[in-house]
Design a protein around this ligand. Structure first.
Ligand SMILES: *Cc1c(COP(=O)(O)O)cnc(C)c1O
Length: 470
């Protein structure tokens, strides 16, 4: 080993010496000893590796003073919570990797009230006896959708699983080959079907399924006709599928329930706001679905949850299933769901107050105004790291909703100068809070649609910092 490397290894201070430094002595009031030791070991290991590889050469004083600063920095990093806020500048409104829907302010206000104290979660305050946790959202879901009965579980995957298990375990479920979807994060219709113990009977071809395809397979073993929303893909070209009302009709004639997995499931008709027409939850029920399932955190804009609506006897049977107990909704989720649903009692309030709906329905004028304000907050940049430009582009709804829908938006584009595209993207992502952007046409794009008002100043400051990076 070269003498210089040996010299460096010898310079690395011992753990005890580091612990005795004034800097780490002070930190011991703030951090547990185990965490300080972990940080010391990480820093020392890293130093040894870097000396070994030749990355650290002579001319640097690895004394306790410098190393204790490194330990302090490491401590800050390892003591951060793992789950942290990030700024979504991707323009994807329902971004599954970034937590899907943001809750409305009015919903958040209720959290402290209920999470720090007891509640009537499963207690009937009138009768003084045990109550049902589902009761808190049952009536409002029925009122909003016209459903006969309602219940909620942990997420929509759970809603589909428990519905299939209850209604079709050991029996047949008929589904079109054009609807055997896979949703991100490993939800696949054939796999969920198998887990539920139901036997899947596929009908039709990938692009075309006719009513007679269903008619031909219906028999004494048929427990359910299933329709699945395609969510994240679309069929174009020569296609044909059986409408829900035709399917419901067929089910009625044969005494077989019809279930629709709506996936995103919206209570608002977004075509009023200039988007593609999508059937609403109310449409599905009025077209005769016996059971409808959908997510709480996609187009509904609430917390992660699975909502099951439909005929009373079916919903009651699902409630009684032991599996529902295992998939049950948590009280904080229930609270967030009830408060989100209450905002839907007036659609104008829902569109204004529920962030997912507000972002989807944002007008061109408001987006342009927001982009101008962001640019003004950033101000003039005196640097050649990158240049900045306002451009038009489009946002996405996300969450497997309206995959082809382009929402025209305004974006701040960072055009590479001394800093490369990747360097800028990585730096913004590594920042605390992280800013998640998208790369397109050799530019780093920040879509103002998904940047929240309260985050604008931070985004501007971070971009100014990026301009100063050497
Ligand atoms: C998203 C989706 C699911 C899964 O819902 P989660 O709430 O993520 O569990 C199931 N079916 C369809 C059609 C979907 O779009």
């Amino acid at each position: 080993m070269p003498a210089i490397r040996q010299e460096l290894f010898r310079e690395i201070p011992a753990v005890d010496r580091l612990l005795a430094t004034e800097r780490l002595q002070q930190l011991s009031a703030e951090y547990p000893r185990t965490l300080i030791l972990k940080a010391i070991n990480l820093v020392l290991d890293d130093l040894r590796t870097r000396i070994q590889s030749g990355e650290i050469e002579g001319g640097i004083q690895l004394g306790p003073d410098l190393v204790s600063i490194m330990v302090m920095e490491e401590l800050k990093i390892i003591s951060r919570p793992s789950l942290r806020p990030v700024i979504n500048a991707t323009g994807v409104v329902i971004h599954t990797n970034l937590g899907r829907s943001i809750l409305a302010e009015k919903v958040l206000k209720k959290f402290t009230l209920l999470s720090g104290g007891y509640s009537n979660l499963e207690y009937d305050l009138e009768k003084g006896v045990r109550g049902s946790r589902y009761s808190h959202v049952e009536d409002i879901l029925k009122d909003l959708t016209g459903a006969e009965a309602a219940m909620v579980v942990n997420n929509n995957a759970a809603a589909v699983l428990v519905s299939l298990e209850t209604l079709a375990r050991g029996r047949q479920v008929v589904v079109s080959r054009g609807q055997l979807v896979e949703i991100g994060g490993s939800f696949r219709i054939p796999d969920v079907m198998r887990k539920s113990g139901a036997r899947m009977v596929e009908v039709g071809a990938t692009n075309k399924t006719h009513l007679r395809d269903y008619e031909e397979v219906i028999g004494p073993e048929t427990a359910l006709l299933l329709k699945v929303h395609r969510s994240n893909f679309e069929l174009v070209g020569f296609t044909e599928e059986v409408s829900l009302s035709e399917l419901a009709d067929l089910g009625r004639r044969n005494g077989i329930p019809v279930m629709e997995d709506l996936g995103s499931g919206s209570l608002v008709d977004f075509s009023k706001y200039g988007l593609t027409k999508e059937p609403t939850v109310q449409d599905s029920l009025s077209q005769g679905a016996s059971l409808v399932t959908f997510s709480g955190d996609k187009m509904l804009g609430g917390p992660q949850a699975g909502i099951i609506l439909g005929q009373k006897e079916l919903v009651e049977a699902i409630k009684k299933n032991q599996l529902s107990r295992a998939l049950r909704i948590d009280k904080l989720t229930l609270l967030a769901l009830e408060e989100t649903l209450r905002l839907y009692r007036d659609e104008r309030v829902a569109v204004k107050e529920i962030p997912t709906l507000r972002m989807i329905c944002q007008t061109q004028r408001s987006l342009a105004g927001k982009a101008d304000r962001l640019l003004k907050l950033i101000g003039r940049l005196k640097c050649d790291n990158f240049s900045i430009e306002l451009i038009t582009g489009s946002s996405k709804v996300g969450g497997g909703s309206l995959p082809l829908q382009e929402l025209p938006s305004r974006l701040v584009a960072l055009i590479p100068g001394k800093l490369s595209l990747q360097a800028m993207e990585t730096w913004l992502r590594a920042h605390d809070p992280s800013i998640i952007t998208r790369l397109e046409k050799e530019r780093v794009l920040l879509d103002v649609r998904t940047v929240q008002e309260k985050e604008m100043k931070t985004v501007a400051r971070v971009i100014k910092d990026l301009a100063q990076q050497a």
